[in-house]
Design a protein around this ligand. Structure first.
Ligand SMILES: CNc1ncnc2c1ncn2[C@@H]1O[C@H](COP(=O)(O)O)[C@@H](O)[C@H]1O
Length: 354
């Protein structure tokens, strides 16, 4: 199936283009879970354009973007996706997006469009999504308002289809982390569909000592915990082992684990969220052949295949599964049984609804 039907580009598109119709039908037919998608990194381009247009027409003074954010916006709208020299480049894209999702109404529109992209249409991308997002306080909303706005959209779907993970950014001050976990715990206590917390953000920022007690509090409230870990070569082994000692239920990326960390993860059977296109495009992994997925497959270790940020990466969940099936060098050349097993592992790694 030509990848332009999926509106994607890059490695996932090439892999999808190379599949036979029977292979495409097969990956489509698998019930899949998307467990690692960042809301503001997953807004469809048409929605982003529309939000920019609406903002330019509104009575309120248009948000003045700093020049690097204006540049980020232009890069996001390119048809082929964003060219990144290295992962640090990636985080500079978000001020442009955040300027457009800084009030409950615009955030809701963005969340709705993301959920529709994954869950609707003739061939939905997945059966179930855990959409994650970092609560932001702006002049128009508190962090609690933020979480409620996203939950309102998530809860338009059945619990078997959608849930929310509250993200903590590595750059957050401890008081803000505390507030975000407090909001997650409170909303869950009120029966809202928050299923977990996440640690994300620029992997080279922050002091991870402050995280321990917040993870503990989230776990005590029954929330799942997923942590971005060892995403870059600069993340130290001591930081990685510290994060593992907090007892996460799942890990994001886990690209640069040393032997001790690998042994720990294998022993605990901690599910690893793998985002193939993201790692290739951020250049933390040079080729698919070098990707750490091969290590986890060899050990029959729980993994889930995810998209990360479909806005800059121009991928889709179908495209990520195409990377599993396509013949090398475009993909890993896995057979149907292996791909089915991977999809099943993803469904098994879902966090529990309240
Ligand atoms: C490339 N891999 C990644 N590694 C680490 N953090 C990432 C990420 N991709 C996205 N984010 C995090 O998600 C935020 C955007 O969504 P939300 O505003 O939360 O909805 C980004 O600001 C970043 O902190």
């Amino acid at each position: 199936m030509p990848a332009h039907y999926e509106n994607i580009a890059g490695p996932a598109a090439e892999a999808l283009d190379s599949l036979t119709p029977a292979q495409t039908a097969f990956i489509r037919s698998l019930p899949k879970a998307e467990l690692h998608a960042h809301l503001n990194g997953s807004i469809p381009i048409a929605t982003l354009r529309q939000l920019a247009h609406e903002q330019s027409q509104s009575d309120q003074a248009p948000v003045q973007l700093p020049s690097d954010a204006r540049d980020g916006f232009a890069r996001l709208l390119s048809n082929t996706g964003v060219e990144l020299t290295e992962i640090g480049d990636f985080f500079g894209l978000f001020p442009a997006i955040y300027a457009l999702t800084s009030a409950p109404e615009t955030l809701r529109k963005a969340a709705r469009a993301v959920l529709e992209t994954f869950l609707e249409g003739e061939h939905p991308q997945c059966a179930y999504i855990e959409l994650r997002s970092t609560p932001r306080a702006t002049s128009a909303m508190s962090r609690e308002d933020y979480v409620r706005a996203v939950l309102d959209e998530v809860e338009r779907y059945a619990p078997e289809q959608a849930a929310m993970i509250v993200s903590l950014d590595r750059k957050m001050e401890e008081a803000v982390m505390e507030e975000c976990v407090g909001v997650a715990v409170k909303q869950r206590g009120e029966g809202r569909r928050v299923v977990g917390i996440d640690l994300c953000g620029d992997p080279r920022a922050g002091d991870m000592d402050i995280l321990a007690r917040h993870v503990k509090r989230a776990k005590e409230a029954g929330l799942g915990v997923t942590l971005h870990i060892a995403e870059t070569v600069e993340n130290t082994d001591s930081e990685t082992l510290k994060l593992l000692s907090y007892g996460p239920d799942r890990l994001g990326h886990a690209t640069f684990l040393n032997d001790e960390a690998k042994a720990f993860v294998l022993e605990k059977k901690t599910c690893v969220e793998l985002c193939l296109s993201s790692n290739l495009l951020c250049k933390t992994v040079p080729t698919l052949d070098d990707h750490h997925i091969t290590f986890y497959l060899k050990h029959d270790h729980p993994i889930v295949i995810c998209t990360d940020d479909i806005l800059p990466f121009r991928n889709s969940l179908l495209g990520e599964y195409a990377l599993l099936m396509a013949a090398p060098p475009l993909g890993l050349g896995l057979g149907e049984d292996a791909v089915r097993r991977i999809a099943e592992m993803g469904m098994e790694a879902r966090f529990r609804s309240p």
